[in-house]
Design a protein around this ligand. Structure first.
Ligand code: SF4
Length: 321
């Protein structure tokens, strides 16, 4: 199976340059591991507004509408950062996702500290940084993660699944052929089923194109609905149904013990005792063993290059179902 190459915007300090406030860079192995398969577009918003590295640190100050200020100088960089974000984000080519530096008052996507003043003191809240917030606002349905959350295996795999799906869709869009949209939908059928029958049905109607929309319009409608579907976490009951459906394709070749083992693993998944990768891993082995072409094409089982599979897991962060 070949994979499209996702285009991902990444904070430059995540191993690409020494651009942090103290002139350092951050080793982010979970980001660098993607380099062979992902096209990175790096950005350092603080250097983008003309600040040097090293520099005095910035912080978010103010309870209601926090400002981006530099306590050591009293300078307020809120407006330059807003202008930079607008300019940078509107000049991007189509991208498939973002990986931004966590906790940064500029790049953070949810966990930058907010202070009540420029004086020393404890944080009063956490929220998105000024640039990270602009990304979330402009691209609410594009996969966006920080490097800390990517150390969590389920979160990393959900992110990889989404960026490779969107890159594949982007390639199909570029072809401008309806048959490529039909093929894309076929590859993602079980993944969509795992996200919910309603989503699968809605996307199926767009592909059927009973209204005979021009192909670019059909692609546009499909993308909006597909991104919205991917932006929601998998629900265990829907995912279990999709896996049971796939199980039907291999069950004839299995022994009673193997069937019982799968159904037990699936029940454990439904109950929340094991992650999705447990029943998926079992089915994947049988797909290869029985050479089931239909399932081998399903991105639910092979959503991104196997070179990116990693057993490493920090155990941190929110675990999706
Ligand atoms: S967190 Fe963002 S603004 Fe800060 S150094 Fe990294 S890339 Fe630059």
């Amino acid at each position: 199976m070949t994979f499209a190459r996702p285009r991902v915007v990444v904070s430059r300090c995540l191993g690409f340059a020494h651009c942090r406030y103290d002139g350092s860079t951050i080793s982010a192995p979970e980001v660098r591991a993607l380099e062979g398969e992902v096209e990175f577009h790096t950005v350092c918003p603080e250097m983008g507004i003309g600040l040097p590295a090293p520099r005095q640190p910035l912080r978010l100050v103010g309870e209601r509408e926090p400002r981006l200020v530099q306590p050591a100088t009293g300078n307020d960089f809120t407006d330059p950062m807003r202008r930079f974000a607008e300019r940078f984000l509107s000049s991007l080519p189509p991208v498939d996702g973002f990986i931004l530096k966590n906790r940064s008052p500029s790049c953070g996507i949810a966990d930058a500290k907010v202070y009540s003043s420029t004086e020393r003191g404890t944080a009063i809240a956490r929220r998105a940084g000024m640039f990270g917030g602009a990304v979330r606002e402009r691209f609410p349905d594009l996969p966006t993660e920080d490097e800390g959350r990517l150390t969590n295996r389920p979160l990393r795999e959900a992110f990889l699944t989404a960026i490779f799906a969107l890159a594949t869709l982007r390639e199909a869009e570029a072809s401008g052929r309806m048959k490529d949209l039909v093929a894309f939908h076929a590859w993602y059928k079980l993944l969509l089923m795992a996200l919910g029958q309603a989503r699968l049905a809605e996307l199926g109607r767009i592909v059927a194109n009973a209204e005979r929309l021009p192909v670019p319009d059909a692609f546009r409608r499909y993308r909006v609905a597909f991104q919205a579907a991917l932006a929601r976490p998998l629900r265990r009951p829907s995912a279990a149904n999709a896996l049971l459906h796939a199980f039907g394709y291999v069950t004839d070749g299995l022994s009673p013990g193997e069937r019982a083992y799968f159904l037990e693993t699936l029940a454990e998944y439904r109950a929340g005792h094991v992650p999705l990768s447990a029943p998926v891993g079992v089915l994947r082995a049988w797909i290869v063993r029985f050479d089931v072409a239909y399932l081998a094409d399903q991105r639910l089982f092979f959503p991104f290059p196997s070179s990116l599979l990693s057993p490493a897991d920090s155990g941190q962060g929110r675990e999706p179902p």
